[in-house]
Design a binder for this molecule. Structure first.
Ligand code: NAD
Length: 500
């Protein structure tokens, strides 16, 4: 089996092997103390690059650059239509560099090139185009006020939407460029500026994107990227007094720390956190659709999806058939480097993640789960884990309760829809859920009772830029994409005019 580096195109190689700097105020910048972070190819475990290890001082410089750009006429003073045109230009530039970005992302994150192309590049191009349109549509309302304690006076009242200011965007490693653009696109459309801190192990596409934005004429300081560790650069960004909004995607534990810090300084905050999403298959479902659907719900992006269908619940009468069908698909998955088009699953992102996932499988086995398929790394360098199905699981097992963020599926049965809903909701998370059935009455009775932010019927993990995406409970606060995301980057202002 080859590794990803051997499969990389010439353009991508040129970028990966170049010296990498953070983007601060339009300049490529090394860390204030010269520190660096190694970047690895997960398909071999080999180091492929270093990026600066951003310091507290670097974060301060980046926030100052973002503030300056926010106040500057070259950005805040741009007419909405001019901002829209620039964002569209950025979308086109990303589309023109689609192959390069997909390859770099695949190399750095270990994910399939088909996946990085779709979710990091093509969907990001769509996201930029969708949000560009909002730049000219952020209007307020006129309000017919009565002011009952001043009956002889007349007033004219209206609302306006103003950009919140400097946004701190912090992203995880599972869909690195995609997550970054979900944050950057509404920032640009609303007229805000941003300091992005990508995950420490997948910083490359964010740095390449910042260079592209500069090339096409996004003013200096509007998009800043500080690479660095969460506990230092991330924490400094979140607590910086001149940041107005925090947009975070990552684990629930980190989200809790960030939420507390945001509350301390009354910053706007959106948190997209973890999940343990249920897939519920009723006995009247079309199994030719439901079985591959359930398998894909956990296999997609190697299970490194916040809304991965990691808990499968199957009605008793079809349990054995569904378990056997899903296990057969999972067992047949061909592991290989993400850049090899014949691979069906790549390595996990890091040695730490590989060990974490294997640890969850071990804990399930120790607590009595049956391994139907999978349960090991493979005899090859790189951070591969065989996708795994666990049966005979109980609600209190660690592998059932906690987010694994890897290709591990737990399968259990239920008697009726009441029990299915109770089991699906028996989690601290509330991100996504899918129901598989041909009975539309059951669908409409079940969906309102599922405690999640997004539900799917006879499908799982389908996203669109125009539909809001976010969780409830420990899966987060606020949402991304759609009109909701752009509004979260604005403050609403009321104005009341005495027209007497
Ligand atoms: P993580 O929380 O460890 O890290 C996420 C980001 O936060 C990284 O950039 C990290 O450097 C930074 N960070 C860490 N500590 C910080 C701190 N104290 N202050 C500020 N920043 C800090 O998460 P991860 O392991 O990179 O990503 C996996 C998690 O992300 C999973 O839980 C997954 O479900 C979640 N996720 C959620 C969504 C969603 O939309 N709900 C999408 C993708 C991933």
């Amino acid at each position: 089996m080859k590794n990803d580096l051997a499969l990389l195109g010439a353009e991508s190689k040129k970028f990966v092997f170049a010296e990498h700097g953070m983007m601060i105020g339009g300049a490529s910048t090394q860390a204030s103390d010269g520190g660096t972070i190694p970047v690895f190819d997960p398909s071999s475990g080999d180091q492929i690059a270093v990026v600066p290890e951003g310091t507290v001082e670097d974060v301060d410089r980046a926030v100052k650059a973002a503030r300056k750009a926010f106040e500057d006429t070259s950005w805040a003073g741009l007419k909405p239509a001019a901002r829209e045109r620039l964002i569209l230009k950025l979308a086109l530039a990303l589309e023109e560099h689609a192959q390069e970005f997909s390859e770099i992302e695949s190399l750095n994150s270990g994910r399939l090139i088909m996946n990085t192309r779709l979710f990091d590049v093509d969907l990001s191009v769509d996201c930029l185009r969708y949000m560009a349109g909002w730049a000219t549509k952020l209007h307020g309302k006129t309000i017919p006020v009565s002011v009952p304690y001043a009956p002889d006076m007349d007033f004219f009242a209206y609302t306006t939407r103003e950009p919140v200011g400097v946004v701190a965007a912090i992203t995880p490693w599972n869909v690195p460029l995609g997550q970054a653009i979900w944050k950057i696109a509404p920032v640009l459309a609303a007229g805000c500026t941003v300091v992005l801190k990508p995950a420490e192990n997948t910083p490359l596409t964010a740095l390449r994107f910042a260079l592209l934005a500069k090339e096409i004429g996004i003013p200096d300081g509007v998009i800043n990227v500080v690479t660095g560790y969460g506990a230092v650069a991330g924490a400094a960004l979140v607590s910086h007094p001149d940041v107005n909004k925090i947009s975070f995607t990552g684990s629930t534990d980190t989200g809790r720390i960030i939420g507390i810090e945001a509350a301390r300084n009354f910053k706007k905050c959106s948190l997209e956190l973890g999940g343990k999403s249920p897939v519920i298959i009723l006995d009247d479902a079309d199994l030719s659709q439901a079985i591959p659907g359930a398998a894909q719900a956990i296999l997609g992006n190697h299970g490194q999806n916040c809304c991965a269908g990691s808990r499968l619940f199957v009605q008793e009468s079809i349990y054995e058939e569904v378990l056997a069908g899903v296990a057969k698909i999972v067992e047949s998955v061909k592991l290989g480097p993400g850049l090899d088009p014949s691979s069906e699953m790549g390595p996990l992102v890091s040695a730490t993640q590989q060990e974490r996932v294997l640890g969850y499988i071990r804990s399930g086995v120790e607590e009595g789960a049956e391994v139907v398929v999978g349960n090991s790394a493979i005899d090859h360098p790189g951070f591969y884990v065989k996708p795994t199905v666990l049966a005979n699981v109980t609600r209190d097992m660690k592998a059932v309760r906690e987010e694994i963020f890897g290709p591990v599926l737990s399968v259990a049965s239920f008697k009726d829809t009441e029990e299915a809903i109770a089991k699906a909701n028996d989690t601290v998370f509330g991100l996504g859920a899918s129901v598989w059935t041909k009975n539309i009455d059951k669908v409409h009775r079940m969906i309102p009772r599922l405690k999640v932010g997004i539900t799917w019927v006879n499908t799982h993990n389908v996203l669109d830029i125009a539909a809001p995406f976010g969780g409830i409970k420990n899966s987060g606060i606020g949402c991304e994409l759609s009109e909701e995301a752009i509004l979260q980057h604005t403050n609403i202002k009321s104005t009341i005019v005495n027209v007497d």
